[in-house]
Design a protein around this ligand. Structure first.
Ligand code: XMP
Length: 324
């Protein structure tokens, strides 16, 4: 009979058999549930012969690299290397405003950095790394088979494939038969912290597609701080689990405001929160006005560079979840 406990046991055996007694495995982690669950499973199977890499692309959430390191290394004992490539990504993104170009640059730079860092991991016996772990889920498998779905033609996702083309690696996808709720259940059983297991999805291109217009370090910093306040308040109000995804966007628009007796002329934050089951359609979340009032006040008061806060009341369709 199929249970998640049995799944863990069988999968660990399958991984050990597939990888053998000496080979090494590499995999990217993002701080999200899928890559963390896959990494933990791999660690249970082969210990430190699994090498996880977190690429800090400069557009992660506030304190994300440090938080991931703490959870994965200290908490879950995963053999993780954090690579700070933020300058490299931000340099490549200089002057770029087109959303699809941002995605391509981040996707390509990621592959480049990952390959370069993978080269540095030399197994003790002088052999090469032989396997690549990916946290692909069943819906990703289906999506990559029928690649012409509407979401793919509108926005390019870079979850499946890519890395294998240049590196001579074999793919391991322990989650490829699971749905998201099953991965979450698996994560709970593997001792992954509850907050991480139930975290909202975060796009690969990160805050780069939430800073509308040109992405600079300063703009990312503003978007990050506003987002952090927003999510903090959502959690404190006990609403996080009712919402499918929430985030702040920084608009490339200046607006007049007043602080004390000073006139200000600063940017605008747009808050987004949606409820959905499949992310193909979505409704905006009906916050209490008092909640929105509190968040807006905190963001304008605490984040330099923001003069005004708006709430996005557009459903999908016609809008998408992300602004870019
Ligand atoms: P949209 O904006 O297409 O978003 O309605 C639907 C879901 O997909 C996420 N998303 C992305 N995820 N790379 C990703 O990994 C991307 O380029 C990307 N674009 C959108 C979005 O956050 C939402 O969960």
């Amino acid at each position: 009979n199929w249970t998640m406990e049995n799944f863990i046991e069988t999968e660990i055996k399958r991984i050990r058999k597939l990888v053998g007694p000496t080979a090494e495995v590499i995999g990217a982690v993002s701080g999200g549930v899928d890559s963390t669950v896959a990494s933990k499973l791999m660690t249970e199977a082969i210990g430190d012969r699994f090498h996880a890499i977190l690429v800090d692309n400069g557009v992660l959430r506030l304190n994300e690299a440090a938080n991931v390191k703490k959870t994965l290394v200290e908490g879950l004992k995963i053999n993780l290397m954090v690579v700070d490539a933020s300058e490299e990504f931000l340099t490549k993104l200089k002057g770029v405003t087109d959303p699809e170009k941002k995605r391509k640059i981040i996707g390509n730079t990621f592959i480049h950095v990952f390959e370069r860092e993978a080269e540095k991991i030399k197994p003790k016996d002088g052999k090469e790394i032989q396997f690549l772990l990916q946290g692909t889920l069943y819906p990703d498998v289906i999506e990559s088979i029928s690649f012409k779905g509407p979401s793919q033609t509108i926005k390019t996702h870079h979850n499946v494939g890519g890395l294998l083309e240049n590196m001579k690696l074999k793919l391991i996808e322990p989650l490829r038969e699971l749905f998201k709720d099953e991965v979450r259940h698996l994560g709970e059983l593997l001792g992954i912290p509850h907050d991480l297991v139930w975290r909202h999805p975060f796009p690969g291109p990160g805050i780069a597609i939430r800073v509308l217009g040109e992405v600079t370090k300063e703009q990312v910093e503003i978007a990050r701080k506003a987002d952090n306040i927003y999510i903090e308040e959502i959690k404190q109000a006990g609403l996080y689990n009712q919402i499918s995804q929430a985030f702040a966007c920084l608009l490339p628009v200046k607006s007049v405001g007043v602080m004390g007796d000073q006139r200000t002329y600063d940017q605008v934050i747009a808050l987004r929160a949606i409820e959905t089951t499949d992310f193909m359609t979505a409704d905006w979340f009906p916050f209490e006005h008092s909640f929105l009032k509190k968040v807006a006040a905190r963001i304008v008061n605490e984040v330099d560079g923001v003069a005004r806060v708006t709430y996005d009341i557009t459903s999908k369709p016609p809008a998408t979840v992300e602004w870019e």
